[in-house]
Design a protein around this ligand. Structure first.
Ligand code: ZN
Length: 123
């Protein structure tokens, strides 16, 4: 027997509010551990290095390295590491060319917002 269940609920942004607001406007905001000065994107409640509570936020420049990539039904998906962050994150990247290794955060139109990147323009 198969049944479809529909639920309406809302979730508060809570402590992730700075990160989520950053994604909405295309700004990379990482959690910060002031004990060891490491930044995590996506944010973590506890620092994986020294186990202290994350106690601040750091704005990153939004540029990231592409570590791994795949093609999903909704488009290109990649694991990226933002410059200045110690952790990696899964993100959507629009039309990621084969061989592209750099990308930059852009605004997310999804709600809740998700990390969305575009290929970094050639300089
Ligand atoms: Zn730490």
């Amino acid at each position: 027997m198969k049944r479809q269940v529909s639920l309406d609920y809302s979730l508060s942004a809570g402590w992730l509010a700075p990160w989520l607001e950053g994604l909405r406007v295309g700004k990379a905001v990482a959690s910060l551990c002031s004990a060891c000065n490491e930044a995590q994107f996506p944010p973590l409640r506890f620092c994986p290095t020294c186990r202290q509570h994350s106690d601040g936020w750091r704005k990153l420049d939004g540029h990231a390295d592409v570590l791994f990539r795949t093609k999903g039904t909704d488009g290109d998906i990649a694991m990226v590491r933002f410059d200045g962050a110690n952790s990696a994150c899964i993100a959507c990247i629009e039309a990621l060319p084969i061989g592209a290794t750099r990308c930059v955060l852009t605004t997310s139109t999804d709600e809740p917002p998700i990390p969305t990147l575009i290929v970094e323009p050639e300089t």
